[in-house]
Each structure stands twice: as C-alpha cells, then as structure tokens.
Design a protein around this ligand. Structure first.
Ligand code: PEP
Ligand code: MN
Length: 264
C-alpha cells in the first residue's frame, strides 16, 4: 500500500486542515521533548505559534533509556497539550507507547507518534492501523529503509493510510553527534513510496547548535516538514535540553527553511 508503483500521486495527509506532503507548504512542528505541566506547555505553545510553527509536539509517555529517569506526565501531560491546543489552535503530536492508551489518544491527540524504539513493535503498529488519527512513524535507531517501509505497511494494512515518515538519525560509530542524520532517505522514500516524510534534526544531532543547519539541509533535500524540540528555557528542560532550541532560534530556523522551500 505504501508502494509508489501502485499509487503514483503523492499522498497528502490532512491534520485538522494542515496538509503534509505533495506540493503543500512546509509543515514545521515545535515543542518540548517532555510535557512539563500546564503553564510551561502553554508558554511554549504560544512561542511556537508566534514563531510560525504549524503544530505542537510534546511527549507525555516517554521512552527513557533509564527506568529511573522522568517517564512523562501521562494523561496529565496529554491534557496540558489539549489546553495549549485550545488556546493556540495548534494541532498536537504526541508519542503513543502502548495499546492501553489508544482510546485516550483517539480522543485527544491529532497525530499519533510511534517512536524510534517502537518502530518494529508490530502489535502496536497493528493497533495503530485501526486508529483514525494520522501516524508519525519514526525510523528505528538501527533499521533499514526497507524495514521502515514495512512498518508503514503494517499500519496501512490495518486500514490507516495516513502515515508520515520521520527520520531522526541512526546509530553509527560517530560520537560527535547523538545519531547520524541520514538525509538520503528523503529522495529514497519519495521514490519508493507516495507518503510524506519529515525530519527531526533535534534527535538526529543531539546538539541545538546543529539543528538550524540540518533543518536547512533537510528542506533542501525535499523533506515535507520538520519536527524540532523547542523550549522557553532549554537549560532547565526535563529532558533533551541540549538539543532544544529557544523560540528565537526556532523562528530563525523556520524563516530560513521557508525561504529555501520557496526556491525549490
Ligand atoms: C521524541 O520525539 O520524543 C522521541 C523520543 O524521539 P525518538 O523516538 O526519535 O527517539
Ligand atoms: Mn526528546
């Protein structure tokens, strides 16, 4: 179902009227790594909106490497995102980690994120395939493009054809960056499939100083959008502060990317 051979036209995924894919304008998603409460989420959402962001991201269920690290606010975090959506109109993107939260996500979330660590959680993919919400499918830390496309196929086989790919860097020997951003996936995904693809330069690099340039490169490569970690106070963010942009830098990045998109 994802194969370009059987579906020549680009699929355009519609999120509350915001369209991703084809020749639609660049979709830039911003927001904190973790939702940290009503007040900070509202403040960040307003900053994301003022900077020209199209959607709000924020994790309420966090796939942390250590079981002792902050695991996310859960339902309380989802509800903080809902309040921020009510105030700003920005659709909300959040990661679903397990099937037992599907009803909650169906009710409240606009885009269901499947994280890198769950890219091959086939049971979860099948369950998400039955959902009505668009799915942002992140590439696994060490997965091939073929495997990634097959994961999209799992979701689509269940009846949910609104899948957006998201490259977030892969594991290599390189240590200067958290992961290695593989931008060659953009033209390859577009060649092999008809689905949209966005880039996450935050998790790909692990370093806010690299986010702006990698965002520009992603757009030049033909990405349909970006998902970027943004916080009003990255130094005190509860997770991933080192790769998180302040609102001013986010705005600059958006402006540069939109200029590049215009000449493509
Ligand atoms: C995230 O976007 O919050 C996240 C955990 O990313 P990834 O699954 O790509 O590591
Ligand atoms: Mn993060």
């Amino acid at each position: 179902k994802a194969n370009r051979l059987f579906h020549e036209a680009d699929t355009i995924v519609d999120v509350n009227g915001i369209k991703i894919g084809g020749n639609e304008p660049l979709v830039i998603i911003g927001g904190p790594c973790s939702v940290e409460g009503d007040e900070s989420t509202m403040k960040i959402a307003q900053a994301v909106k003022a900077a020209g962001g199209c959607m709000l991201r924020g994790g309420a269920y966090k796939p942390r490497t250590s079981p002792y690290a902050f695991q996310g606010l859960g339902t309380e975090g989802i509800l903080a995102m809902v309040k921020a959506r009510e105030a700003t109109g920005l659709p909300i993107v959040s990661e679903l980690m397990s099937e037992d939260k599907i009803d909650e996500f169906e009710e409240y979330v606009d885009v269901v994120q499947i994280g890198a660590r769950n890219m091959q959680n086939f049971q979860l993919l099948k369950a998400v395939g039955k959902m009505k919400k668009p799915v942002l499918l992140k590439r696994g830390l060490a997965n091939t493009i073929e495997e990634w496309i097959m994961s999209a196929e799992y979701i689509m086989a269940g009846g949910n054809e609104n899948v957006i790919f998201c490259e977030r860097g892969i594991r290599t020997f390189e240590k200067y960056t958290r992961n290695t951003l593989d931008l060659s996936v953009v033209p390859i995904i577009k060649q092999k499939t008809h689905l949209p693809i966005i880039i996450d330069p935050s998790h790909a690099t692990g370093d806010w100083r690299l986010v702006e340039s990698m965002s520009r490169a992603a757009v030049a490569a033909g990405a349909d959008g970006l998902i970027i970690e943004v916080h009003t106070d990255p130094e005190h963010a509860w997770s991933d502060g080192a790769q998180t942009l302040k609102p001013d830098k986010f705005r600059e990045t958006i402006d540069q990317c939109r200029q590049i998109a215009q000449v493509l």
